[in-house]
Design a protein around this ligand. Structure first.
Ligand code: HDE
Length: 712
């Protein structure tokens, strides 16, 4: 029952936040801040600038009386709150972004007039947003999904938005298919689940009927869709664009981003568990890295080619389901991007940033890729809906950083103050109004276009299997195993048998062994009939650059090591480990039985970063187990500590351990784990901390995988 309060005669203007007159209240620490008198610069005001004397109590007729409609302060505050959300993005709803700079490394005036690619050493600001595609705004970061990689370049000739993905190809060849693809991938319309997953009937039903998507399917079933970090993802403009120089000559281009930390991924079982342990894993990682001054960096690379080179390729460069292997046209590094500042306000910046595929600058132009052409309409239309006004370009994050002025006027939320009588052109009035630029204005490349008006797809788009096969066969063994396992996982979530068998008959055309392995994992024993393939797949030369592992360079930079400790931990060993991890460019996190920390053997109090249940090993790239004798025995009674070790082993991580950790291995069913046969088990008295670092730098222990998971 609520306590009845006495009416008060006098009520001070600034009160403790939760005070109820006449009732004894607990005053929270920090409440004294509310007692300080505010001056004109610090006082709260309404949106009209009226000072607010009481932000905790609404206006009532008597202390226990009804709230009065005339309380304009209450109404304004609640009305604003009611409107605090804008429609989330239909796709790419969940994302994180950061500010940074782009630095030109080469004078590219020979191939493009783009102002930001003329002067080596010159920097311009960028705002980059990474995202998942299918999940809603509150979904988890480690969904198996393509990642968006959208960069807004604030150039001196206007904003260039390179709205790309972390995969260089796409599901479909024509924009008219996009709503169906996304409907099939997102939650079912009747039940609104499953969230952020492609592992369901509708998605695979659509895919089984859309063979052009099979190349992309190989990518999304690969580890590319479970990145270790946004900082460790490649980025791609996907479509073929044009660069156009001052003389009006065109060169075709594909845009690539290459991360300094290399592309890296997690393991599927790990991804599932990270989603529970830290649904914000990627967000937090990006935020913390930038906050710590570990600024992520990417090389900006081009693949440039002529019309003749395009014509000589065994596919059509206007088909977004195809890529050009780097072995065929190498990447040219022409710039770099560094993200060095977190947003000040998520909503104002990350939520309101409006990328548009149609935002290009002089020197960059489109091609006839029919997927790109549809995007040129979609993004502006989306921004109008989401941000609610044709003036969305006036929101600070979207404003060009160069002067912009034209004769567009009015509209919802006009923020500027356009002056003068003349808002039209041509005009003889208004001497200072802006005029067209005869020399520097945007010029579209005058491509010759002829043809009948038809709803048709070119025959050059008809080979759906060759590059899917190229991708699969260019992967290392563990990566192929993961594609097989991912397909088994996803198709096992499909309840409709037709969907599973239809997919198998598509997979045969990619690679017979792939189809057979997936069939074995699904328990299908009937022979698989290949789906008709209008163009039989060709065997293309394998491209090792399509593999993450073939390109991986050893190192721990930007990674995290978790050390599990108890009271009595050896001071010298812990210090040595911390120093070695940091020297390798990684961070050490301490996991302990309580969050307060542990007392070392030497009597020092070491505070913890995580309590065991909040810091499972899935959050770290490598782990060390340094309990005391008594601590090791006690930890073996904690399921979370046992899982810490079992998961680290199952996720193929390098594990350094003291003999005192033996009970954890025993309890985790790992008593036969053999340091002589497993390069990732570092028995510390026999081996040194340096051995642990070297092993962790080399990455996961792939040889262990067949011991912990059935490989079909
Ligand atoms: Fe998008 N896409 N897309 N897309 N896309 C959107 O725009 C669309 C496609 C991509 O961080 C939407 O502002 C169509 C390919 C990214 O804010 C929407 C088609 C690629 C982002 C839209 C595609 C992308 C979006 C939703 C098929 C890689 C997030 C919210 C023709 C090259 C940008 C928004 C951010 C967002 C439409 C296909 C990348 C609905 C119609 C291919 C990175 O306008």
């Amino acid at each position: 029952m609520p306590t009845k309060s006495k009416p008060s005669a006098v009520k001070g203007p600034i009160d403790t936040p939760d005070s109820t007159v006449g009732v004894e209240t607990l005053v929270a620490p920090g409440a004294e801040l509310h007692q300080q008198a505010a001056d004109e610069t610090t006082q709260l005001t309404t949106n009209q600038g009226v000072p607010i004397g009481d932000n905790q109590n609404s206006l009532k007729a008597g202390a226990r009386g009804p709230v009065l409609l005339q309380d304009f302060i209450l109404r304004e505050k609640i009305m604003h709150f009611d409107h605090e959300r804008i429609p989330e993005r239909v796709v790419h709803a969940r994302g994180s972004a950061a500010h940074g700079f782009f630095e030109c490394l080469e004078d590219l005036s020979a191939i493009t007039a783009a102002d930001f690619l003329q002067r080596p050493g010159e920097r311009i600001p960028v705002f980059t947003r990474f995202s998942t595609v299918a999940g809603n705004k509150g979904s988890m970061d480690l969904a198996r999904d393509v990642r968006g990689f959208a960069v807004k370049f604030y150039t001196q000739q206007g904003n260039f938005d390179l709205v790309g993905n972390n995969i260089p190809v796409f599901f479909i060849q024509d924009a008219i298919k996009f709503p169906d693809l996304i409907h099939a991938a997102k939650q079912d319309p009747d039940r609104e689940f499953p969230q952020a997953q492609t592992a369901h009937d509708t998605f695979w039903d659509y895919i089984s009927l859309t063979p052009e998507s099979l190349h992309m399917v190989m990518w999304i079933m690969s580890d590319r869709t479970i990145p270790r970090s946004y900082r460790m993802m490649e980025g791609f403009g996907v479509h073929t664009f044009r660069l156009v120089n001052a003389a009006g000559e065109s060169t075709f281009v594909k845009f690539h981003w290459r991360p300094k930390l290399n592309a890296q991924s997690v393991i599927w079982d790990e991804a599932l568990k990270i989603n529970g342990a830290d649904p914000d894993f990627h967000r937090r990682d990006l935020w913390e890295a930038i906050d710590n001054g570990d600024f992520p960096e990417w090389e900006f690379c081009l693949q440039t080619f002529s019309q003749e080179e395009a014509d000589a390729l065994p596919f059509d460069v206007l088909d977004a389901t195809k890529l050009i292997p780097e072995e065929v046209i190498p990447l040219r590094v022409v710039g770099r991007m560094v993200l060095d500042r977190n947003p000040d306000n998520f909503f104002a910046e990350t939520e309101q940033v409006a990328y548009c595929a149609s935002h290009v600058v002089p020197g960059v132009d489109f091609t006839n890729d029919p997927l790109l052409q549809g995007r040129l309409f979609s993004y502006q239309d989306t921004q109008l809906k989401r941000l609610g006004s044709a003036n969305f370009h006036q929101i600070p994050i979207n404003q060009p950083r160069c002067p912009f002025h034209n004769l567009q006027r009015d509209g919802h939320m006009q923020m500027g103050l356009p002056k003068g009588q003349v808002n039209y052109e041509p005009s003889s009035l208004g001497e200072d109004i802006k005029r067209e630029s005869q020399t520097g204005g945007y010029r579209t490349f005058p491509n010759l276009e002829t043809g009948e008006q038809l709803r048709i797809r070119p025959e050059t788009f008809a080979d759906h299997y060759s590059q899917a096969r190229l991708f699969f066969l260019s992967q290392t063994q563990p990566e192929r195993d993961h594609i097989v396992a991912a397909l088994i996982f996803e198709l096992s979530k499909c309840n409709v048998a037709r969907v599973r068998t239809a997919m198998l008959s598509r997979l045969v055309n990619i690679d017979e062994s792939l189809a057979a392995r997936v069939a074995a994992g699904l328990g299908v024993i009937d022979p698989i009939v290949a789906a008709p393939a209008p163009v039989p797949p060709q065997d293309l030369a394998p491209s090792p650059t399509l593999s993450i592992l073939a390109k991986a360079a050893p190192g721990l930079v930007g990674r995290k090591v978790g050390v599990l400790v108890t009271d009595g931990v050896d001071d010298a060993l812990l210090d040595e480990l911390k120093a070695a991890v940091e020297a390798a460019g990684a961070k050490l996190a301490i996991i302990a039985p309580t969050i307060t920390g542990v007392t070392t053997a030497g009597g020092q109090l070491v505070s913890a970063d995580f309590r065991i249940d909040g810091g499972p090993s899935v959050l770290f790239d490598a782990v060390a187990l340094l309990p005391s004798e008594a601590g090791g025995a006690a930890l073996a009674l904690e399921a979370t500590a046992v899982n810490f070790v079992r998961d680290a082993f199952g996720h193929l991580k390098v594990i350094a351990y003291l003999p005192a950790a033996a009970p954890l291995f025993v309890k985790g069913g790992l008593s036969d784990a053999n340091p002589d046969a497993d390069a990732g088990l570092i028995n510390l008295p026999t081996k040194a901390v340096a051995d642990f670092i070297a092993a962790a730098e080399a990455g996961r222990i792939w040889a262990r995988e067949p011991l912990v998971r059935k490989v079909y």
